[in-house]
Design a protein around this ligand. Structure first.
Ligand code: AMP
Length: 281
């Protein structure tokens, strides 16, 4: 039976008890509306830890757009069943009042890593993410925390924060789970119209085009970006916010993809913002 915990004190106690019994605690932070992408994180945690905690918290401080926060899907009962089915031990689902009983005086900032890509279009977003993850790590005190590569900038930033602040846990990155047509699973996909949903598959096709061009020896970033842009730009329902090739450690744009490189994209389909990324060979 899954334990649903909605208080900070309750979660701390459950986690402390687990550790006293010598258990390895794994945390999977989520905002709910759970899908097979989240399931991959939970399964990985289940394989590596003996106490698995999933958190479900639609964190208001990481939404710079109030209408995006209001439109974010909230499906608690389905999420609880999903976690139970996935053999999660504890579902930590606090209210915003429980997490923020008073306005925070403290904020975690990674100004350089948060500056570009999603940070440019969503001011304050990564400060909200880094701060709430620090709080979740402090509350759950996990040995491992699991994050999807789908949110690549977030993964890089959280890894760096844990390293910079010597937080006593390890961050594990998990590969992106996709629909059969390549679209990365996302809680936001449910908001796409059927036409937008069909068009959205072009994002993955674009990234793959760049990936195969890179695999056949093309290293010029502008050429690779043009290859990725073509199928996306061909869809009138899609609008590119950014499409860049970056160094996967610094997230700085690079001119040549001859070393480690990642192609990253944010694309709007109607009023739904979708992100995706892939490594280049
Ligand atoms: P979210 O609930 O959207 O905040 O996502 C919670 C976690 O699930 C984050 O670490 C995401 O990167 C991860 N995630 C979301 N979608 C996917 C996906 N399609 N594949 C793998 N991980 C994902």
């Amino acid at each position: 039976m899954i334990g649903v915990v909605d208080t900070v004190v309750g979660m701390r106690q459950a986690s402390a008890l687990g550790r006293l019994r010598g258990r390895i605690v794994g945390l999977v932070p989520t905002m709910g509306a759970l899908h097979a992408g989240h399931r991959a994180l939970i399964d990985r945690a289940r394989a590596e830890c003996n106490t698995v905690v999933a958190s479900l918290f639609v964190n208001p401080t990481q939404f710079n757009d109030p209408s995006d926060l209001a439109a974010y899907p909230r499906t608690f009962e389905a999420d609880r069943r999903f976690c139970e089915e996935a053999e999660v031990d504890y579902l930590f689902a606090p209210t915003a009042e429980e997490m923020y009983p008073h306005p925070l005086e403290t904020e975690v900032r990674l100004p350089r890593l948060a500056k570009g890509l999603c940070g440019a279009g969503r001011p304050g977003h990564f400060e909200g993410v880094a701060t709430v993850c620090t709080k979740l790590f402090g509350i759950v005190q996990p040995d491992y925390a699991y994050f999807g590569e789908k949110d690549f900038q977030q993964l890089v930033l959280i890894r760096r924060m844990v390293d910079d602040l010597n937080l006593p846990l390890e961050i594990v990155g998990v590969g992106t789970v996709r629909e059969p047509d390549g679209l990365a699973l996302s809680s936001r996909n449910a908001r796409l119209t059927p036409e937008e949903r069909r068009a959205a598959a072009a994002i993955c096709r674009g990234l793959k085009a760049a990936q195969s061009a890179a695999a056949s020896g093309e290293a010029d970033a502008a050429t690779l970006i043009a290859a990725a842009r073509e199928p996306i730009a061909a869809e009138p329902l899609l609008r590119i916010e950014y499409l860049e090739i970056v160094d996967p450690r610094t997230l700085d744009p690079i001119a040549s993809a001859d070393g480690e490189a990642r192609i990253v994209a944010a694309v709007w389909a109607g009023d739904v913002r979708l992100i995706d990324n892939m490594p280049l060979a």
